[in-house]
Write a protein of this length. Structure first.
Length: 381
């Protein structure tokens, strides 16, 4: 195997694949990236057995076709420190990968090809066509609520729930939940797939990263009972679905909210950041006190101090001038950082019922539910 290519293009491909390669796998061979050089160009592949990714480089001079395994993390470090525009890569007679970048020369050991698992990128049957930027926006808004603990498999994930020409995208960690809705159409003759598909968070993050670099207005996702696949001329991604049952999210969406307010996103974000300054890990709570035309955020912690921040709100529904509720400020800050709307709508019933945050100009297109914190009355004094 012997090739020459642009260093920047190889770096981009290896960097993308490194997002799949596990750092400490049960099978050491999974720390390798597979490089395949053919007349059609160079392919760089990686997998953790749950997610597989292939990056394609077309602008490459292949002097000798071949396949090899190289340590992905080490190769990435070499490419990041290479300052010459071109890279020469070949496997010598001793089985070592020789990399030349200008006056710099490196050798890396190659791995056993026979131990590396095969990765299939053949799209399964049904598929959906969706607006790329709308899907990206929804994934960004929704995935923030997914559980960060990888051992909670069914919550360390994002649900795709198909209903006719509508796809609901949902995530939750048990204390908050995000639901986004996007329009879809059939991507092929098999029609629009129905049912639920649970994608691991790692696969969702990689899909978002890939789509952010694509240029097509609409993209096609292939879904079946076992995996989700995305294929383009530049990159291919396959993601095995999470087994198990996703929480019944419909039941967690609060209804008949009696107090609804529209708030400027920037006003609320600034107030939350200021109120958070007087919290600790043990008292990570801010108190919302709603009035007719304004709201007040307050927080306090022993040996830290107190805060009190007032900001304007517009009451849409409700008559109670003294409505109070406690929230974890981190959850709301993460939510607001993902919104590109100038206003956010806040729907509340009482101090013990989940709050519903949505967009004033499309309440059902995105909903974020946050459970309140139960605070002893003595703590509020």
């Amino acid at each position: 195997m012997k090739i020459q290519c642009q260093a920047r293009e190889l770096l981009e491909a290896v960097s993308l694949v490194s997002g799949v390669v596990p750092g400490n796998p049960t099978r050491p061979v999974l720390q390798q990236a597979r490089m395949i050089a053919t007349r059609d160009g160079l392919q760089v592949e990686g997998t953790d057995l749950e997610v597989g990714l292939r990056a394609q480089i077309d602008e490459v001079m292949v002097e000798q076709e071949g396949v090899c395994l190289v340590p992905c993390a080490r190769l990435l470090k070499v490419l990041r420190e290479s300052h010459h525009p071109e890279i020469s890569f070949e496997v010598d007679t001793a089985g070592q990968a020789c990399i030349t970048s200008g006056s710099a020369h490196f050798k890396l050991p190659t791995g056993p090809l026979e131990e590396y698992p095969s990765i299939e990128f053949n799209p399964p049957g049904p598929s959906i066509k969706v607006h790329r930027e709308k899907l990206l926006q929804t994934l960004s808004r929704v995935s923030v609520a997914a559980a960060k603990d990888a051992t909670r498999f069914n919550m360390h994930s994002v649900l795709f729930d198909g209903h006719g020409e509508e796809m609901r995208v949902v995530s939750t960690d048990g204390k908050r939940m995000a639901v986004g809705v996007i329009s879809i159409s059939a991507g092929g003759e098999a029609g629009v797939p129905e049912g639920q598909y649970i994608l691991p968070l790692k696969g969702v993050d990689l899909l978002a990263k890939i789509l952010s670099s694509e240029t097509e207005e609409e993209i096609v996702l292939h879904l079946d009972q076992n995996e989700v696949t995305y294929v383009s001329d530049r990159v291919s991604l396959t993601c095995r679905l999470v087994e198990g049952k996703f929480p019944e999210y419909d039941r967690a969406i609060p209804v008949d909210l009696e107090n609804i307010y529209d708030i400027k996103t920037e006003d609320l974000l600034i107030a939350l950041r200021q109120a958070r300054l007087m919290t600790t890990k043990d008292t990570n709570s801010v108190r919302f006190q709603f009035g007719k035309g304004s709201a007040t955020l307050s927080s306090s912690a022993s040996n830290v101090g107190e805060s009190r921040v007032e900001f304007p709100v517009e009451r849409i529904e409700g008559e109670d001038d003294e409505f109070a509720i406690h929230f974890n400020p981190e959850y709301l800050i993460e939510l607001l950082n993902k919104l590109d709307s100038s206003q956010v709508r806040c729907g509340l019933r009482d101090g013990k019922t989940a709050g519903l945050f949505s967009l004033p100009d499309g309440e059902n297109s995105y909903r974020h539910i946050v459970m309140p914190l139960v605070v002893n009355e003595m703590q509020e004094v």
